[in-house]
Design a protein around this ligand. Structure first.
Ligand SMILES: *Cc1c(COP(=O)(O)O)cnc(C)c1O
Length: 375
């Protein structure tokens, strides 16, 4: 080897507020690094072994079992690992539960991801937007009085946390018992305990709060597996994934391996999802408090009763000030804070793996920046 490029070290790591792919627990990254060249017992890297190798099958089963234990998922539900991101689920859900029926699928539209989900579902059947907060740029969520859902709907769909707008449901929306409740939980999966038995199906891509890009987790009530027309594309057919233990084709082995480690970190290091929720409340509240006490210098995007624990969105007095904030934050090692263009301003994504110290550093910077630039 000739002179090598300077290598980045762990001390070069910034506090990373990226919306996704996003921060991972440092201890998980270190474990992955240690095992990377040679997975214990395999004589090769995890990247190099078959998905049918018993070592990988065990990793997959352990990941599933840890998720089952964290969320209290019963045997009435299947847990599947799929590729295609959350975006493939927009199509898969409608292909399995709506295509070929004369039912309607009801959607609560509360942000950008819901809008994309509706667009795909419309290709499969009759879709009704039962609630839509576009008029207020998706800054709020419905109460039961704001929408209706017929008893014979194919399903009621919502997004538990709209990542771009930073609005999060505090609990499941009202849904008739006869209608499967479906949730896109991509950006708040594992941020708190969930009453899984209220759901027909819930899913999450991993790269926001649960692992690296490449895998999505689908938790589906088993009686819904048989509804789909078997002639839908094989990969979209949930039953194929369920019947083959997520090995109908080659699963994203590396992503499942890392997701399993993140789940174990939640279980062992954090102490479970109730504890995680407590930490997430503490972290997010410390930032919302600074916003609320800034005399209007920072303006939160979400209405206060639906503020997200995961994505804290706010605006500054001008675009110039926003650019200045992002740039100065960068020199304080606070990275990836620029908001999505549809909301503008700042988005601080403070997922499970964002340490308290990172939120504290951002909070201190916000307080200081406001005092130097307001009035
Ligand atoms: C990121 C995200 C998606 C899209 O995920 P992909 O894996 O890129 O398809 C969908 N829904 C929500 C809530 C998200 O945060």
């Amino acid at each position: 080897m000739t002179a090598s490029a300077p290598s980045a070290s762990a001390t070069d790591r910034v506090f990373n507020f990226s919306a996704g792919p996003a921060v991972l627990p440092e201890s998980v990254l270190r474990e992955v690094q240690e095992e990377f060249l040679c997975l214990p017992g395999a004589g090769a890297s995890l990247l190099e072994i078959s998905h049918r190798d018993k070592l990988f099958v065990e990793i997959l089963h352990n990941a599933e079992n840890t998720l089952r234990s964290l969320l209290g998922i019963s045997d009435d539900y299947s847990v599947m690992f799929m590729q295609g991101g959350a975006t493939l689920q927009f199509s898969a859900i409608a292909a399995n539960l709506l295509r070929g029926t004369d039912k309607t699928a009801q959607y609560l539209l509360t942000g950008s991801w819901g809008k994309k989900a509706i667009k795909e579902a419309k290709k499969e059947g009759k879709v009704v937007t039962a609630y839509d907060s576009a008029d207020t740029n998706y800054d709020r969520l419905p109460t039961a009085a704001d929408y209706t859902c017929p008893d014979d709907a194919a399903y009621l769909y919502y997004c538990s946390n709209e990542t771009i707008q930073g609005v999060q449901f505090g609990s499941e929306p009202e849904c008739p018992a006869s209608v499967p409740l479906v949730s896109d939980a991509s950006s708040d999966f594992l941020c708190r305990p969930l009453p899984v038995d209220k759901y027909g199906l819930l899913y999450a891509c991993a790269q926001k709060n649960a692992g690296p890009a490449g895998v999505s987790v689908v938790v589906m009530r088993k009686d819904l597996l048989d509804i789909a027309d078997p002639n839908i594309p094989g990969y979209l057919h949930y039953k194929n994934h369920h019947d083959n233990d997520s090995e109908w084709n080659t699963p994203p082995t590396f992503a499942i391996y890392v997701l399993g480690k993140v789940a174990r970190w939640l279980q062992n290091d954090i102490g479970g999802l109730a504890k995680m929720e407590e930490l997430n409340r503490e972290k997010s509240q410390s930032l919302y408090k600074i916003i609320d006490e800034s005399n209007g210098f920072y303006k939160g995007h979400a209405q206060t009763d639906c503020r997200s624990l995961m994505n804290v969105t706010f605006n500054l007095p001008s675009e110039e000030m926003t650019a200045k904030f992002v740039s100065e934050a960068g020199s304080h090692r606070l990275a990836a804070l620029k908001g999505h263009r549809s909301v503008g301003g700042i988005r601080a994504s403070i997922y499970n793996a964002m340490p308290r110290e990172g939120v504290q550093a951002l909070g201190d910077f916000m307080t200081d920046f406001a005092s130097r630039n307001s009035g």
